[in-house]
Design a protein around this ligand. Structure first.
Ligand code: ADP
Ligand code: ASP
Ligand code: MG
Length: 422
């Protein structure tokens, strides 16, 4: 008997028919003798619908008071899902009970719309499991120290599931979704993308942080910190697929590099359309300039990603960086009022229509010339690179958004990702 956490995403929970299928699948695992905790997302489209309603009433307001209510509203999608799934399980003859985040409780900090899980009390869940019940827990939500409902950021149900698995020391966490695993890149963009039977934790972490939305980045961080055995697999296989087959399907996130692991130089390509670029031209090039520009940005709680400072000419230099697109207008305003006058910048320009495309692979550590191959492939397509950033196992470029799909396809081809590595 094992303790297993299942997570089902929005599409997998998209209708009562699909929820019935989820229940049948979970019932199969229970009948095989396992203890099950299930973490579902809201039905597909529901979180967008709920947030859309709030936006109709308050289009641009981001006061703490409004943010609190956004979480109050968005969290209800998952509450409906757990109730429906518990009923569907009971209909299958399986004892089941549903809980909202606050009932477990899943304790978070108070950062509305992007709260972080701080602790999970496992007592209630363990008691139910011991009584033979399946426990269905809302994804995406928690409760802050003052009792306010919080949510964990878009895609946060992945994180809820992995955190619950960590708290319960579950044997495995299975992330059921609408693709049958982690691919070399998003199969919606490159139909030739190939499913990876396993991916190293480090690569998965980079892929998620660079924009691959198949797993929320924090879920991968949790898996790494608590060594949760994590697998991504399809919820669209027949529910009565033999359990052994299902248990080995999809993509396993591995912590050790074993010999069976695919030895590609580049394992995957990620892209992110959520960033915007900002440049300050002709700032006085003197010590402390970076902190003079980015200090006020950090103080406003705005995350900065790629940063570039040019060589200086006649004591002046250009300084560019990227921020999340949602923070673009706020950052521009802040720079105009608090930074441009102090740094003597000649001009401030911004471009929200950029994207970041990255190649990821632990093989890059031991191979030279990987980045130049990337740049060549992009230049052959006539794509101009605006910014470059590298780390040991990834190279990212910032390019014009309109070339994103072309760039991803060209790189997928240039690194032979549609072929199984020898
Ligand atoms: P869920 O609702 O189950 O959480 P998501 O939409 O959040 O599902 O994540 C699954 C989607 O992630 C897929 O449909 C796919 O389009 C996208 N995706 C992006 N990058 C990848 C990748 N490298 N491998 C697989 N899927 C990816
Ligand atoms: N329902 C939430 C969202 O749409 C959380 C999730 O699906 O993981 O972002
Ligand atoms: Mg998701």
């Amino acid at each position: 008997m094992a303790l297993i956490v299942h997570k089902y995403g929005g599409t997998s929970m998209g209708s009562t028919e699909r929820i019935r299928n989820v229940a049948k699948r979970v019932a199969k695992w229970v009948r095989a003798g396992h203890q099950l905790v299930v973490v579902p997302s809201a039905m597909s489209g529901e979180t967008n619908r709920l947030l859309g309603l709030a936006k109709e009433l308050s289009p641009n307001v981001t006061t703490p008071e409004v943010m609190r209510e956004l979480d109050m509203i968005a969290s209800t999608g998952e509450q409906v899902s757990v109730g429906l799934l518990a009923i569907a399980l009971q209909t299958e003859g399986v004892q089941a009970v549903s809980y909202a985040g606050w009932q477990v409780p899943i304790a978070t900090d108070d950062a509305y719309t992007k709260a972080r899980i701080q602790s999970i009390d496992d007592q209630r869940v363990r008691a139910d499991l011991a009584a033979g019940k399946v426990v269905v827990i809302t994804g995406f939500q928690g409760i802050d120290p003052d009792g306010h409902i919080t949510t964990l950021g878009r895609g946060g149900s992945d994180t809820s599931a992995v955190a619950v698995a960590a708290a319960l020391k579950a044997d495995e966490c299975l992330i059921y979704t609408d693709v049958d695993g982690v691919y070399t890149t998003d199969p919606r963009i490159v139909p030739e993308a190939r499913r990876l039977s396993s991916i190293s934790f480090e690569e998965m972490l980079e892929m998620a942080s660079l924009g691959s939305k198949v797993l929320q980045i924090r879920s991968v961080e949790f898996a790494g910190k608590y060594r949760v055995r994590l697998r991504v697999l399809s919820s669209f296989t027949p529910w009565d697929l033999p359990l052994e087959e299902e248990a080995h399907s999809g993509t396993l996130i591995t912590f050790e590099e074993d010999e069976n692991m695919e030895q590609a130089v580049v394992s995957g390509i990620a892209f992110n359309r959520d960033e915007a670029k900002i440049s300050l031209l002709g700032v006085n090039d003197k010590p402390g300039i970076a902190s003079q520009i980015l200090g006020p940005v950090a103080d406003a709680n705005i995350d900065v990603d790629v940063i570039i400072q040019n060589v200086s000419h006649d004591g002046r230099t250009d300084f560019s960086f990227t921020v999340h697109r949602n923070d673009y207008a706020r950052t521009m305003d802040l720079l105009k009022t608090k930074v441009v006058p102090q740094t003597g910048a000649v001009d401030l320009i911004g471009d929200p229509k950029i994207c970041k495309v990255s190649i990821v692979g632990i093989g890059m550590r031991s191979h030279v010339g990987v980045a130049s191959r990337m740049f060549r492939a992009l230049s052959e397509e006539g794509i101009n690179i605006q910014m470059i950033t590298t780390s040991e196992i990834k190279t990212s470029v910032v390019i014009d958004e309109k070339y994103m799909e072309l760039a991803v396809r060209a790189l997928h081809k240039a690194f032979d990702l549609e072929q199984t590595p020898a």
